[in-house]
Every structure is written in structure tokens, then in C-alpha cells.
Ligand binder design. Structure first.
Ligand code: NAP
Length: 257
């Protein structure tokens, strides 16, 4: 029986875990797609392709040209453009598709969250009085904070942001999770952080900063997720089961039954 051809849109730990499972199972032939924004991406056991497809139309054409049978969007919960393109392209190319979307973080007793819909609102929520702010939002979304230069910013991301994106006078820390609670608590103390700003990415790798802020009694400006089009599953296991079901469905057709 021929193999089910899968396109996996990655850039997350869940995508890497799913890539391992696909690579180990001969029912599937997978390709992992990365945006190409991280300087040193983790190695993958799957064939890899890198860079944009050229919008939803480009992705639909790619699916068709490569005879893809199933699409899994395992991009980051804040990769809204790619997820919208994936849903539209899958519909246009009639390819079964699902988004693997890890559950959002939930506020816990002792948390002091200020929920905001987007990054400009997060910058505004810091207020007028000068504060020391820990920005753990990646490197793409820093521009709104340049409009609030009264604050002292500590910026942490995997790769350094271009200097013209960094708020004036910001201190940059290069680091890739997972982060331990004691290290996060030390960082908050060392830089005398007064407010943490984060996206509601969910997952365990970067959740320790929330527990550290809770223990220190610090407010967290929490940027809520963008909406997703199309069906979603919350775990790697459920994405895997979805894929196995697609293989089961496709098997008779592939045998010419
Ligand atoms: P985005 O704004 O939704 O995507 C911008 C464009 O980048 C897309 O329209 C697409 O270009 C291309 N692209 C994004 N992901 C791609 C993929 N997996 N394969 C091929 N092309 C891709 O995405 P983003 O927020 O810049 O994120 C880029 C990558 O970093 C994603 O793979 C995401 O999983 C990962 N990431 C994002 C965050 C975050 O906070 N946003 C955090 C951690 C990891 P075309 O339209 O030309 O196809």
C-alpha cells in the first residue's frame, strides 16, 4: 500500500514530537515545513522545506503539486497568518486538515493577570509611570513598546531582534526554553522586574515565568490568542490519531478498491 503524504507546518515543540512519530511509521511520508525565521532550528527526522509558500494560493498549489493527502498545522498559537492560509489552502485543494493547538494557560489563584487583545494594548496597559518590564513575547512584536519609552525593558527571545525593533535602552537576553522556576525567579529578582508581558502561548516550556510572577506578586500583561479557522486538536496524541484515521480512510482508495 502506498504511504499517506503529510505536510506538517512546524516551528513548535509539538510539531517536532509529531515529526518523530511520523518518521517512525512507514504508513506515512512526511515533510516538515519551517518559516525559516529561527537561525538554528532543531534537527528533524523528516524531510524539511523552509520558507513561505506565497500565501494561501501558493500553499494550495504546493499541496496539489506534491500530492499531499493530509495537512497538519502545528504552528505556534500566534502564527495567525500561516494558520489562516493553511485552513484556506486545505479547503481550496480539498486536502483534509487540522490544527494542533496546545491549550491556553489559565489564570490561577494568586495570579494578577491583565488580559489584553493585542500588543499595542499590552504596551498601553503598562501605564504612564515608569516600570521595569520583562518582555517575553518573541522578537517580532516589540515595536509597540518603542512608543512607551518611559519603561525599562528586559527583552528575552531565542534570536536577537534587529536593533531597530528593540525599545530604546532595552537589555536583551538570548535564551531558548524550557525555563526552570528557580531561574525565572532569579531573573525577576536580578533585574528588579515589576511587570511581565507575555503572549498566552500555553504549554510547559515557558510556563515557569507565570509561576515566578505569581510567587513574586507581580502583574502579568497577558496577550490573548488570535482566533483560528477550522478544526483543532489540543495534543500531539490527538493529532496522531487524526492522522491514523486519515490513513485508514485513504487505504481502500489507495488499493484501488
Ligand atoms: P505568521 O505571522 O503566521 O506567518 C507569516 C508568514 O510566514 C506566513 O504567511 C508564511 O508565509 C510564513 N510561514 C509561517 N510559518 C511557516 C511554516 N511553518 N512553513 C512555511 N512558511 C511559514 O507566523 P510567525 O508568527 O511569523 O511564525 C513563524 C514561525 O515561527 C512559525 O512556524 C511558528 O510556528 C513559529 N513560532 C512563532 C511564534 C510566535 O509567537 N508567533 C513563536 C514560536 C514559534 P507565506 O504566506 O509566504 O506562506
Amino acid at each position: 500500500m502506498s504511504r499517506l503524504k503529510v505536510l506538517l507546518l512546524g516551528g513548535t515543540a509539538e510539531a517536532s514530537a509529531l515529526a518523530e512519530r511520523i518518521a517512525e511509521d512507514e504508513r506515512f511520508e512526511g515533510t516538515l515545513s519551517l518559516a525559516g525565521v529561527t537561525r538554528s532550528p532543531r534537527a528533524s527526522p523528516l524531510a524539511m522545506r523552509t520558507g513561505g509558500f506565497g500565501g494561501a494560493d501558493g500553499l494550495a498549489a504546493w499541496l496539489w503539486q506534491h500530492d499531499i493527502d493530509a495537512l497538519i498545522d502545528a504552528t505556534h498559537p500566534f502564527a495567525a497568518a500561516m494558520s489562516a492560509n493553511a485552513a484556506a489552502a486545505a479547503a481550496a485543494a480539498s486536502v483534509p486538515a487540522i490544527a494542533l493547538l496546545r491549550p491556553a494557560w489559565q489564570e490561577q489563584p494568586g495570579d494578577r493577570w491583565i488580559r489584553v487583545p493585542d500588543m499595542p494594548s499590552a504596551a498601553a496597559a503598562l501605564g504612564i509611570a515608569a516600570r521595569t518590564v520583562f518582555l517575553t513575547i518573541g522578537r517580532k512584536d516589540l515595536v509597540p513598546f518603542r512608543a512607551a519609552p518611559q519603561h525599562r525593558y528586559i527583552v528575552r527571545s531565542v534570536d536577537p531582534p534587529p536593533p531597530d525593533l528593540l525599545p530604546e535602552g532595552a537589555i536583551f537576553i538570548a535564551a531558548r526554553g524550557p525555563f526552570a522556576l528557580e531561574d525565572e525567579e532569579r531573573l525577576l529578582r536580578e533585574y528588579r522586574i515589576e511587570t511581565v508581558v507575555t503572549k498566552n502561548s500555553g504549554g510547559t516550556a515557558t510556563a515557569a515565568k507565570l509561576a515566578a510572577a505569581r510567587r513574586a506578586g507581580l502583574p502579568v500583561v497577558m496577550v490573548e490568542r488570535p482566533p483560528v479557522a477550522g478544526p483543532t486538536v489540543p495534543t500531539v496524541e490527538e493529532a496522531w490519531q487524526w492522522l491514523v484515521a486519515r490513513h485508514r480512510e485513504a487505504a481502500p482508495a489507495r488499493r484501488g478498491v
